[in-house]
Design a protein around this ligand. Structure first.
Ligand code: ADE
Length: 418
């Protein structure tokens, strides 16, 4: 078996962390048990480009139980948990190509290693696999029946391919399932982003001013959790509806050029480029902290920070100090990469359970339906979404009311009124 990981001696530690996560992933566990009996993925080669974490390890095991032949590579150079990668290779026989802190060359050599296995199914978080395939379709598209996509940024890239008529195979937008983005993007990103900032800096959030750039599902989560820790929260937005929602959720909303005067900590979660840039760095308070929790490291203009700085030093793990003037220092966390996965461990297993249940069931759906699918971005079928919500609730011991026949009749009728 070929693989490329940092150190196989880390495997035992990785194994216990994978088991710890597993205990909080009951929905995925149930799917894995069914997969082991029914083998719906038998004969399918699956190339997965995901964050290599203890939660992802459990997804890989579920796919393997279903008969899939899996290869896993990193979807971000800083998010790999080397002990998990080692355990997947040593204990579970799953080839992994990923090393925490790898450079661009190594990162892409791993992406191509995943494609070299000539997959039937791609599984992406950010669409780097699909994008590589579309650059050389003659070489890599051969027998792909479809793919899945985990994150908002990836879905945006894929919808752009679809809109230009260039998408080469069907993709299931796992991100757009309600049981994914309502929970993973909001509560997962909310908690893990704060976790990353706190682990990197150990700053006190109570009494500080946190500026959250972007009020999508992730921004909502970060803003809510920062407020919960006692921070004053300012939101910046470009879309009126989202800005209005932030206002009515009780946050101050203002343009970035004003917010920079108040912020102690800045978090970008927009999915867009150059959100914090020169004009902002130059107006920030001394010792401002800037972090990104959007998929790509483009939201903070790091090149400009480097160009402007008279000095740069690593002052703590994951914290770079840029001195722009004697009393103007900016602290960049995790090199502007996903702070929640670089400085912490990403979203908790409890929430990844639903995201990865969507991944597993979407792969199964592709294997059953690919013959009738077009080269489009598909939603996760409603039945899968509802099933995941129902199992998750059951696993949490939460029970629901049911509709009485009278209520069902009432909801189906149009006649009754005032
Ligand atoms: N994305 C965010 N958190 C994650 C995690 N814990 N594992 C895999 N992908 C993630």
């Amino acid at each position: 078996m070929k693989y490329d990981i940092a150190d196989v001696r880390l495997a035992d530690r990785g194994k216990s962390r994978i088991e710890w996560a597993r205990a909080q992933m009951p929905v995925l566990e149930l799917i894995e048990k069914r997969f082991a009996k029914e083998r719906p993925l038998k004969g399918l080669k699956i190339s997965a480009c995901l964050h290599v974490t203890s939660e992802t390890a459990n997804l890989m095991m579920a796919l393997k139980a279903g008969g899939g032949e899996v290869v896993l590579v990193a979807s971000n150079p800083l998010s790999t948990q080397d002990d998990v990668a080692a355990s997947l290779v040593k204990h579970y026989g799953i080839p992994v190509f990923a090393k925490k802190g790898e450079g661009r060359k190594s990162y892409y050599s791993h992406i191509y290693a995943a494609l070299e296995q000539d997959p039937h199914v791609t599984m992406d978080d950010g669409a780097d696999l699909v994008s590589a395939i579309h650059k050389e379709p003659g070489k890599y598209k051969r027998r792909i029946i479809g793919g899945t996509e985990e994150t908002t940024t990836g879905v945006v890239r894929l919808r752009s391919l679809e809109a230009h008529g260039k998408l080469l195979f069907p993709i299931v937008a796992v991100n757009d399932a309600d049981t994914k983005h309502f929970f993973d993007n909001r509560y997962g990103t909310g908690q893990s982003t704060i976790d990353g900032i706190v682990r990197a800096t150990n700053v006190l959030l109570a009494g500080s001013t946190v500026v959250v750039c972007g009020y999508g599902w992730c921004g909502r989560g970060v803003a809510a959790r920062a407020r919960g820790m006692g921070a004053r929260v300012i939101v910046t937005e470009v879309q009126p509806l989202k800005a209005l929602e932030a206002v009515m959720d009780g946050f101050q909303v203002m343009p970035m050029k004003e917010a920079v005067r108040y912020g102690d900590i800045f978090v970008t979660v927009t999915g867009n480029t150059s959100v914090i840039r020169e004009e902002h760095f130059l107006r920030m308070k001394d010792r401002a902290i800037v972090a990104n929790s959007g998929h790509f490291d483009v939201e903070i203009d790091i090149e400009n920070l480097k160009k402007r700085a008279s000095g740069v030093r690593l002052i703590r793990d994951c914290v770079q100090e840029f001195t722009l003037a004697p009393k103007r220092r900016v602290y960049l966390l995790a090199s502007g990469r996903l702070v929640n996965l670089s400085a912490a461990e990403g979203h908790p297993a409890m929430v990844m359970d639903m995201s990865f249940a969507n991944q597993a069931l979407s792969a199964e759906w592709l294997s059953r339906h690919h013959g009738s699918l077009e080269r489009k971005v598909y939603k996760v079928p409603q039945a899968i979404d509802s099933e995941i919500a129902a199992i998750k609730l059951r696993s949490m011991g939460v029970r629901l009311d049911g509709l009485s026949p009278k209520q069902e009749k009432y909801l189906a009728a149009w006649e009754s009124g005032t």
